[in-house]
Design a protein around this ligand. Structure first.
Ligand SMILES: [Zn+2]
Length: 317
């Protein structure tokens, strides 16, 4: 991905479009995906995008956006080797293996504490680090992932061959057979979260566990930082949940919310990554932090409290 946010243009024969790698993707106005309403209060105005809070149900979403049918085109190789990761994707997802493995080993321990054994399915498994960590703990691990680039990485570098390349709709794994389904920073990207959660429910055993992490748009940090909040990435973070709207989504898709927590929702980041991201908030701070790059590949754990992990189970019937 190059110059994504800058390469906006309008076609003379249609609506606005956005350049993403080699593709020119359309942008369309969308209603609230939680309730269908079209009225809302603009939280962030970032032309051509608006982040809107639905007047009817308080769900926060981005409009206009890439239509459901084209969204998968965003997540190809460029997404994982982005030149502009503050706005879009990851700078080098696989080079940062050490940090991701530390993060996902910690998440695997979190899941282990709630469900100590069984079969796990991860939706949006990316390079496979969580599945790798779960396999280390003795779980049978499968993934679903739409980007061929990271499916290949997981198979070739981590020896994970149980990952389906494609959307969940085309997943061949047996339904009703998983003890755990996990989504780490994924539900905010999917075209239709309610429909996706209904599909996910079909893959769980009746006594299965859904574990899902996403950013919390009502967190203090989101309010303090406003439009500079790191989770406002308009092209890809098209849905912004809060604990309240997450409960609504789970209710509507056949789940019962068990717990919402910020515990365990942090990640290990390198000093380099931290210094890079500070540029989004303050150029002066970014400059002052440069000497710390000498420790660039050291990792530390950070949990700013602006993401939630929800635990839920299928509702009976
Ligand atoms: Zn709504």
């Amino acid at each position: 991905m190059t110059n994504t946010s800058a390469d906006l243009s309008s076609r003379t024969n249609g609506g606005p479009t956005i350049r993403c790698g080699d593709a020119e993707l359309p942008l369309i106005d969308v209603p609230c995906y939680m309730c269908g309403a079209t009225e809302g209060e603009v939280q962030v105005d970032d032309p051509p995008f608006k982040v809107v809070r639905c007047a009817s149900c308080s769900f926060v979403y981005v409009t206009p956006r890439v239509p459901d049918s084209h969204l998968h085109l965003i997540y190809q190789t460029d997404y994982f080797t982005s030149h502009n990761a503050g706005e879009f994707g990851y700078s080098d997802y696989t080079r940062d293996k050490k940090g991701y493995l530390k993060t996902f080993r910690r998440k695997a321990e979190f899941v282990h504490a709630h469900r100590p054994s069984g079969r796990v399915l991860e939706i949006g498994s990316a390079a496979g680090f969580f599945l790798f960590a779960m396999r280390e703990l003795g779980y049978e691990a499968n993934g679903v992932e739409i980007s061929q680039y990271v499916v290949d990485y997981a198979r070739d570098e981590l020896n994970l061959d149980g990952i389906h390349h494609g959307p969940l709709e085309t997943c061949p794994f047996p339904k009703g057979s998983y003890d755990i389904v996990a989504l780490w920073d994924v539900i905010e990207h999917v075209p239709d979260p309610i429909e996706e959660l209904k599909r996910i429910r079909e893959y769980l055993r009746p006594d299965g566990l859904l574990v899902m992490q996403t950013q919390n748009v009502d967190a203090s940090l989101a309010k303090i930082l406003g439009r500079k909040w790191q989770h406002y990435k308009q092209l890809e973070h098209i849905h912004h949940f809060s604990p309240t709207t997450m409960k609504t989504a789970l209710d509507r898709s056949g789940f019962e919310l068990m717990e919402t927590t910020t515990e365990g929702a942090g990640k290990y980041i390198s000093v380099d990554f931290f210094v890079d991201r500070m540029r989004r908030y303050s150029r002066v701070m970014h400059y002052l932090l440069q000497p710390f790059r000498i420790a660039g590949r050291l990792f530390f754990y950070i949990n700013p409290g602006d993401e939630i992990i929800v635990l839920a189970r299928p509702r009976e019937g």
